[in-house]
Design a protein around this ligand. Structure first.
Ligand SMILES: *[C@@H]1O[C@H](CO)[C@@H](O)[C@H](O)[C@H]1NC(C)=O
Ligand SMILES: *[C@@H]1O[C@H](CO)[C@@H](O)[C@H](O)[C@H]1NC(C)=O
Ligand SMILES: *[C@@H]1O[C@H](CO)[C@@H](O)[C@H](O)[C@H]1NC(C)=O
Length: 362
């Protein structure tokens, strides 16, 4: 009996020891370090949403550095970024910013917001390279190159993408059209090419992660892979490159030439992206597009959110009122999901609508 109880005691002791080891804080790994690079230009209308969702990411902020550049604005983009940084900047590991209020609203040779003369690429490419260099220099594990007309509504996105353990990965972003932040085909001149695969991935008829020739606008790059040293946005830095003078195309080619796959994932809904303006479009048109996108968001979930701090910067596209005396909505009470979505849509559209309960014919 004495022997048996001694034996039992030893097992307990062993178990106890084990659990003591596995719960030891020294055994827990810290999250990977990430530099998020953000270029801001004329985005005062999207920034309140963009920054709200950036802040809502559930990733530990002391493992994130922010790299922000803003110049050549014709709106109050910088004011909004400054306001947000004053409130939240200290939570991050570090903030590297150059917010240039002195630069003129136009880059030389530019005709309009969506016009991309060579001078504009000459401006953007060194900025993108500089972010990449900063991330490498600080030995960041990852750089997340994120545009500020992207709304990452799923707060687990950064953790999820890192967990996929891929060299270059982008969350498939939804827009209010056929546009997204990935291509399934690239022409021999390295431009966008329509393919059969694109639609089913865009519409999530096929779900998962897919190797594609191009991702942009929200790109997570693993800098711990040795091959990532070959990645660049600069055509002049890429030996053997013969494509257009373009940052994202150069980057895609540098990945290919380094033997690195680009991957896009649509396994869950990660977020949304604005359709870029066409040449000749005015900033006001982007406000209308933003409204459309906000209606699109309502199909899958709650309305886009804005941090109270930034509410005063939200802009509205004002349109002439509809010439209609009265609008009614008829809705079955047993479909509260549809009712909520419609009420949110009316709110977004500033429509005054009276709701009536429908009667089920049965
Ligand atoms: C966000 O992503 C997580 C994990 O990938 C998923 O479980 C969750 O459903 C997503 N949330 C939304 C609102 O789509
Ligand atoms: C590089 O591009 C070629 C031609 O499009 C393709 O066949 C190859 O699979 C690509 N390699 C990588 C690593 O992306
Ligand atoms: C790149 O993706 C292709 C297609 O998914 C796959 O067959 C190949 O093994 C991948 N290459 C690397 C280096 O991961």
């Amino acid at each position: 009996m004495a022997v048996l109880s001694g034996f039992v005691y030893m097992i307990f002791a062993a178990c106890h020891l084990n659990s003591a080891i596995s719960s030891d804080a020294s055994d827990q790994k810290k999250s990977e370090t990430v530099l998020i690079s953000i270029l801001v230009r004329n985005k005062a209308h999207t920034l309140p949403y963009f920054l709200t969702y950036l802040e809502k990411l559930d990733y530990p902020k002391d493992r994130i550095s922010l790299w922000i550049r803003s110049d050549h604005n014709q709106d109050n983009s910088i004011e909004i970024v400054e306001k947000w940084l004053t409130e939240y900047g200290h939570k991050y590991h570090s903030v590297h910013k150059v917010l240039d209020k002195q630069s003129p609203p136009k880059i030389e040779g530019e005709q309009g917001l969506a016009h991309w003369p060579k001078s504009r690429y000459h401006h953007v490419i060194p900025l993108r390279e500089s972010a990449l260099h900063t991330a490498r220099y600080m030995w960041a594990d990852y750089i997340w190159v994120l545009d500020c007309d992207v709304f990452i509504t799923n707060s687990t996105t950064l953790r999820d993408l890192i967990a996929k353990n891929l060299p270059i990965v982008a969350p498939a972003l939804r827009s209010d059209g056929l546009y997204s932040n990935f291509w399934c085909g690239m022409s021999s001149e390295y431009y966008y090419m329509r393919t059969e695969e694109y639609g089913p991935i865009l519409n999530r008829k096929k779900r998962g992660c897919f190797t594609v020739p191009m991702v942009h606008s929200s790109v997570l790059i693993n800098l711990r892979s040795a091959a990532s040293d070959g990645l660049t946005y600069d055509p002049q830095a890429l030996k053997g490159y013969q494509g257009p003078f373009d940052d994202i195309i150069t980057f895609a080619r540098s990945a290919n030439m380094s033997g690195i796959n680009m991957t896009v994932c649509n396994d869950v809904i990660y977020g949304y992206v604005m359709v870029p303006l066409e040449r000749g479009d005015l900033l006001y048109y982007d406000l209308l597009q933003l409204k459309n996108l906000k209606l699109e968001v309502l199909i899958n979930g709650p309305p886009l959110e804005v941090d109270p701090l930034l509410e005063k910067y939200v802009q509205e596209a004002t349109e002439p009122p509809l010439q209609i005396d009265k609008i009614f909505m008829i809705n079955l009470k047993r479909r509260p999901d549809r009712r909520v979505r419609m009420l949110n849509s009316f709110k977004e559209l500033r429509l005054d609508v009276e709701t009536m309960d429908a009667v089920d014919g049965r």
